[in-house]
Design a protein around this ligand. Structure first.
Ligand SMILES: [Zn+2]
Length: 134
């Protein structure tokens, strides 16, 4: 099985860099790392999952983990897990060096950084991302 991976615009939010993958076996997958919206297309059957935000964890070894929040309860659970452990670790005991999630407030997107314990508008992260790419 081979597949093509590309970026696609999310139909649910303004994210231009959603993760999109299609394989020769006809499997199509989309995941928005901002609002958490995802689509699974398999054999002509399409499943859509809405989201209210997405979390990102980056481990010291460089690997990462992403996922979506479907409800406010998911967000609270994620924060509680983080507070309980004080940090996250992956299966090979690497510590998380970045833990943050996207959420919407008053119609605008924000990021909450759990390690720094700070909230800031997404536009600030996008400015820094652009600088890093140069
Ligand atoms: Zn989205």
């Amino acid at each position: 099985m081979s597949s093509v991976i590309d970026e696609k615009e999310c139909p649910e939010c303004d994210n231009l860099h959603g993760f999109w993958e299609i394989s020769t076996s006809g499997l199509e997958y989309f995941f928005c790392d901002k609002c958490g919206y995802s689509v699974n297309n398999e054999n002509g059957k399409s499943k859509h999952y809405g989201g209210i935000g997405a979390y990102h964890i980056v481990f010291s070894g460089g690997g990462g983990q992403m996922g979506s929040f479907k409800t406010k309860k998911d967000v609270i659970g994620f924060e509680e897990d983080f507070k309980k452990e004080g940090f996250f670790k992956n299966g090979v005991e690497e510590k998380a060096v970045e833990v943050y999630y996207y959420f919407k407030k008053d119609g605008k997107w924000f990021i909450k950084d759990l390690i720094l314990d700070k909230e800031y508008p997404v536009i600030i992260k996008e400015m820094f991302d652009r600088l890093e790419r140069k």
